[in-house]
Every structure is written in structure tokens, then in C-alpha cells.
Design a protein around this ligand. Structure first.
Ligand code: FAD
Length: 596
């Protein structure tokens, strides 16, 4: 039977021992006195909801999927999903990190993020419904008119209504400049919107009373390409003066996609046929406004993968302790039993530790990023806000791509721990692997994240943001250099920092001559940056764990062991990645297109 125990102790360790979240929170209104006890209580409750309500629904959603009724265009989510959503709303979870001006609780993103790790471990497909709503909330909060905010935000905050993002069209995925959906202005200030969207997550379902679609479309005469795209809010039901859902709008689901994983989430083809919509933000600046939602969603996708990595690890570890096969190479470990548990075998340990290291590194990295988001949005000092915003911009594509690639590796290794039983549906591992695959694709494929990192976040400012984060890493390394117990962590961290600096300069120079050089280097480059950031957080984890591990505390001994494994077994991947990134575009571009 699949198992999931919310990793509350690990989350508290990261937030309060590693990242000193309490002092971060103390500088942020409206909850400067938020302490570990309060956060723990909230997370305990969230963990219970995830493990007791959502996790049992995970295989149900996978088996049943969503049902589409062509006669009505209605979509029914799998059994239990609606009820779980109502419980989620009744408990006030959607409002956790939202603005009190619109009914939110104003708690930090870092707390919301930790909640979402657990929800995603338990049931990624279900969690996408409230996850997308939060993105829609952030977008309207940043760019909506006062009237739009008053109309939509309280409903999104309470969770009564859910949200979507409608970008993709059949001929237009990565390249949004190709999009064709049209918006025609009306005398009353609204727009009539017509077009076809595909792959829209949570586009139609029976969980909420209304669905707030954020739709990209073109105004008449708009410039070609991405400079001519505007953003519109298009509700499923038009809100009435009293705030209740009124007339049905002409945005309807035409079909559901049949797909590899996340079966419990409705992936919809959406048809807009003169649907009523209202402009959000400025005309032709829709992508700019949508980026608020896309950036939030990118960290959100990283959290989906962190959740899956954790649950995959937990199941593989439980199985490895029980499954008896073969004897330990060093002599029987369980002589009273017919064979030893497979956890004695070095390679089974490698697989388990790989998954665990990617979970622990990912938790530290993403929690740090969430705290930077809290600083960016809530710190009273504008300079601190700007510095945090720069780090968020730099690290968001890494969170999206590195965590999702790692989850694919981790879930595959965890499945392998089960041998043939991993491939059989009963144990839930094959669902985890199938669910994990989409995270590398949507919200901008991981290739696009790596181009964003290298071209827009690093080369565009001559490496300024990277150097500022690097200065933090270096300051830590220098401060700990005198402790011989830290040498195993600090030396590889400093070495990789040097190599990354040189690699960045080399790619930057080559890319000035030939832009394909950036495209050829981007994917391995992002993985190098991801490993560098993880090496930094594992060194910090080791620093916190060392004294207590030496005192014999098992929790900290395990933290130290995982950090050592990471440095010795996973970090060396960077040597290969750097060689790949340096090898340039030549071998990729040499073959004529017609020969593919
Ligand atoms: C289950 C699911 C849910 C989704 N949910 C939503 C949603 O809620 N809302 C929404 O709007 N969309 C959604 N999407 C769409 C998703 O965001 C797109 O599939 C994704 O952005 C890629 O677009 P595409 O599929 O058209 O692939 P393409 O853009 O055709 O890309 C194909 C391949 O080419 C590569 N490529 C493309 N351009 C470049 C380039 N310039 N440089 C290098 N490589 C390039 C890509 O990385 C990819 O490997 C969803 C998709 C799925 C499958």
C-alpha cells in the first residue's frame, strides 16, 4: 500500500533552523510575530488534510479521470475531489497567503509553499485546481482594476471560485507571438472574445461555483508577435451586482485531453465564441501581466515536483526496509530471516539517497526562494525588495527546471527500488512517475527555462544578478573555511563557483558571435547553476547539522549523511555538464536539417 507521512520535522528544520524564517517573518507585516509554534500548528493541520483526505483520492483520480458530457459541456472531477475541495475551502486554506484587504490571512508565501509541497505529495492532480486559482489571484491582484479586484479577488481568495490561465492554442505553445484569439471592443467597455484554446488545466469542472479564466487575445490592429497580446478576464458565469454568478458566458469546454498522467485534473479544449471579457492591465501588454501568474506558477510547478520526489522517496524507503532479497555483500545482516532487506545493498542505497537528496536539496532551495518572494512583496525597505526581486528572477527558472528534472530522476530511481513491483500499478510508483513527467513540459518547457536563465537573467545584465547571489555563496564559504569539518562541503562549492564564473564568461563571449551558442549551452548550464545552488544549501545544512550529529542525534546524522552523499555522488555530474556546455553548438548544428 502506498504511504505518505507529511515531513513536518524536515519542513520545520528548513524553515527555522536552516533559513531562520522567524527573523525573516519579523520584518514582514502583517504577521511580524509569526513564530515556529504557530507555523507548526498550521502545517500540522495542512499535513493531516494532505495525508488523510487527498492522498487516498490520488489513485482514484488516476483510475477514474475526469468525465466530459458533450451534451452540456460539463466536466465532472473524479469521485471525492469535489468534497475534498469543499473541505479545503471551509477550512480557509485558499486564503492563507492572500491579501487581508480581500479576505486573505496575509501569511507568508514560505508557509503556503510548504503547504503546497504536502498537497502535491498527496495528490498533484487535485492540487492543481487551487494552485491555478492562486496564480489567477496574484495576476489580478497585481494588474486588475479596482473594480476587477473587488469583483474577483474575494471569491478567488475564499476559494468559492477557481481560476485558469488560457494561453496555449493548437498552433501556438512556446511561441505565444503566434496566438490568434481575437478580442473586439464593445461600447460598454467590455470585449467580445473568439478563439480556441487547448490544454487548459482546470478549464471546466464541478469543484467551484464559477471559473475565472485569464485569457490572452489580440485586439484589432494589434502588432504581430508578442508585442500585440492583451490579457482579459473571462468568467464562466458573469458576476451579478450582488457578486453571485449570473448569466453563462460563451466560453465552453469542447473536449478533454487524454493524457499520460495527472488524470484527475481536467485538461480542457476551451472554445470562446464571442465570450464577454474585460481587459486586465494595458492593451498589448498582456504578456507582461500574465508573467505574474506564470512566475508564480513556475515555482508552483517546482513544488509539484518536490512533492512527488518526497512521496516517491518515502515509499521506496519503506519498501526497501521490508523487501527481502539476497544477502548483504559483507555478510548476512538479518541472519534470522531467509534474506536481507534490500536496503543493505549499496546500489539500492544509491537510488534511495538520490531521491532523498533531491527532496532535501529541493526543499531548502524552494523554501529559500519563497522567503525571497516574501521579502520582494512585503519588506518595508525598497532596496531590500529590489535585491530580493533580482534573486527571485534569477532562481525561478532554476526552481522550475532543476526541481522537475530531478523529480523525474528521483521518481524513476524510487520506482526501480521496487523492481518489477514498481512497474505494477498497485504500489502507486508508476503513477508518480507518469504524473511527474508533465512538470518538465508545462509553464514553459525546461529548455525554455534554461534559455530564460542564461539569456535573460544572466547574459542580459552581464552576470550582475548571478554575481550578487554568488557573493552570498562566497561569503558563506569564506566564513566557514576555517572549520576543518566543513572542508568536504566548502572546497567543492568554491571550486564550482569559480568554474561557473568562467563558464558564464565563455558562453557570453561565444554567444556574442553566434546566438546558437547560448541555445546549445543553456540546458547543461541551468543544471550547473542548480547544482551550485544545491551545493550551497547542502553546505549550510551540514553546518547546522554537524554539532548535533556529533552529539548523536539521528535526525541530524541523517541530514549530514545525505549532504555528504550529495557532494560525493550527485555534484560530480557538473564536470560532465560543464564539458557539454563548453562543447558549443558545432556538433548540434552540423547536420543538415534535411538529414533529420
Ligand atoms: C497536461 C497539460 C496541461 C497544460 N496546462 C496549460 C494551461 O493550464 N494553460 C495553458 O495555456 N497551457 C497549458 N499547457 C500547455 C503547455 O504550457 C505547453 O504544452 C508548453 O508550453 C509547450 O508548448 P507546445 O506543447 O506547443 O510545444 P512546442 O512549443 O511546440 O515545443 C515543442 C518542443 O520544441 C521546443 N522548443 C520550442 N520553441 C523553442 C525555442 N525557441 N528554443 C528551443 N526549443 C524550443 C520545446 O522546448 C519542446 O521541446 C498544458 C499542457 C499540458 C500537456
Amino acid at each position: 500500500m502506498p504511504v505518505y507521512t507529511p515531513p513536518l520535522r524536515d519542513i520545520r528544520f528548513v524553515l527555522f533552523e536552516l533559513l531562520d524564517a522567524a527573523s525573516e517573518f519579523s520584518q514582514l507585516p502583517p504577521h511580524p510575530d509569526l513564530d515556529e509554534d504557530t507555523v507548526s500548528q498550521v502545517l500540522d493541520e495542512g499535513g493531516k488534510f494532505a495525508s488523510e483526505v487527498l492522498y487516498p483520492l490520488n489513485p482514484v483520480g488516476d483510475r477514474e479521470g475526469c468525465q466530459f458530457d458533450p451534451a452540456t459541456g460539463n466536466v465532472t472531477a473524479p469521485a471525492g475531489f469535489r468534497d475534498a475541495y469543499q473541505q479545503f475551502v471551509a477550512a480557509g486554506w485558499p486564503s492563507l497567503a492572500c491579501d487581508p484587504a480581500f479576505g486573505g490571512q496575509g501569511l507568508p508565501m514560505a508557509l503556503n509553499n510548504a503547504l503546497y509541497e504536502m498537497l502535491n505529495s498527496a495528490n498533484q492532480a487535485w492540487t492543481m485546481y487551487p494552485g491555478l486559482s492562486h496564480g489567477a489571484y496574484e495576476c489580478l491582484h497585481a494588474h486588475g482594476t479596482p473594480q476587477q479586484k473587488a469583483q474577483y479577488l474575494p471569491k478567488l481568495v475564499s476559494g468559492e471560485w477557481t481560476g485558469t490561465m488560457c494561453l496555449t492554442e493548437p498552433h501556438c505553445g512556446t511561441d505565444l507571438g503566434l496566438l490568434k484569439t481575437r478580442a473586439v471592443p464593445q461600447a460598454d467597455g467590455s470585449y467580445r472574445i473568439t478563439g480556441a484554446k487547448i490544454f487548459i488545466s482546470a478549464g471546466e469542472h464541478d469543484l467551484s461555483a464559477n471559473i475565472v479564466h485569464l485569457v490572452l487575445a489580440r485586439l484589432p490592429g494589434a502588432p504581430e508577435g508578442t508585442r500585440g497580446i492583451s490579457l482579459f478576464v473571462v468568467p464562466k458565469f458573469l458576476p451579478q451586482a450582488d457578486g453571485t454568478p449570473g448569466e453563462r458566458n460563451a466560453i465552453r469546454c469542447g473536449a478533454l485531453e487524454h493524457k499520460m498522467g495527472i488524470h484527475g485534473n481536467a485538461t480542457c479544449q476551451m472554445n470562446l465564441d464571442d465570450a464577454s471579457g474585460w481587459l486586465v492591465g494595458e492593451p498589448d501588454r498582456g504578456l507582461n501581466a500574465m508573467f505574474v501568474m506564470m512566475n508564480a506558477a513556475r515555482l508552483g510547478v517546482g513544488m509539484q515536483s518536490l512533492g512527488l520526489t518526497e512521496v516517491a522517496y518515502q515509499n521506496a524507503a519503506a519498501y526497501a526496509r521490508e523487501r527481502l532479497q539476497g544477502r548483504s555483500l559483507g555478510g548476512a545482516k538479518a541472519a534470522d530471516r531467509p534474506a536481507d532487506p534490500i536496503v543493505v545493498h549499496p546500489d539500492v542505497r544509491r537510488m534511495l539517497l538520490t531521491a532523498r537528496a533531491y527532496a532535501e536539496g529541493g526543499r531548502a532551495f524552494s523554501s529559500y526562494l519563497a522567503l525571497m518572494l516574501d521579502r520582494e512583496h512585503g519588506h518595508p525597505d525598497a532596496a531590500v525588495r529590489q535585491e530580493a526581486a533580482d534573486e527571485v528572477a534569477l532562481l525561478t527558472p532554476v526552481a522550475k527546471a532543476f526541481l522537475t528534472d530531478n523529480a523525474w530522476i528521483a521518481c524513476s530511481e524510487a520506482l526501480q527500488v521496487f523492481g518489477g513491483h514498481g512497474y505494477i500499478a498497485e504500489w502507486g510508483m508508476e503513477q508518480t512517475l507518469r504524473d511527474a513527467r508533465i512538470n518538465m513540459i508545462y509553464e514553459g518547457t525546461n529548455t525554455i527555462q534554461s534559455l530564460d536563465l542564461l539569456a535573460r537573467k544572466v547574459l542580459a545584465d552581464n552576470g550582475a544578478k548571478l554575481r550578487r547571489f554568488g557573493a552570498k555563496v562566497q561569503a558563506f564559504a569564506e566564513a566557514k573555511a576555517g572549520d576543518p569539518r566543513m572542508a568536504a562541503f566548502i572546497a567543492p562549492l568554491a571550486d564550482l563557483g569559480d568554474k561557473l564564473g568562467k563558464l558564464t564568461m565563455e558562453i557570453g563571449m561565444k554567444a556574442q558571435q553566434d546566438r546558437d551558442e547560448a541555445g546549445a549551452a543553456a540546458v547543461p548550464y541551468l543544471r550547473v547553476v542548480g547544482h551550485w545552488a544545491f551545493a550551497y544549501f547542502f553546505a549550510r545544512i551540514a553546518r547546522v547539522a554537524l554539532d548535533r550529529a556529533e552529539g548523536g542525534d539521528d535526525f541530524y546524522k541523517a541530514k549530514l549523511a545525505v549532504a555528504r552523499f550529495y557532494v560525493e555522488r550527485l555534484l560530480p555530474e557538473t564536470a560532465m555538464l560543464i564539458r557539454q556546455a563548453r562543447s558549443g553548438a558545432g556538433s548540434l548544428m552540423a547536420m543538415d536539417e534535411t538529414l533529420f
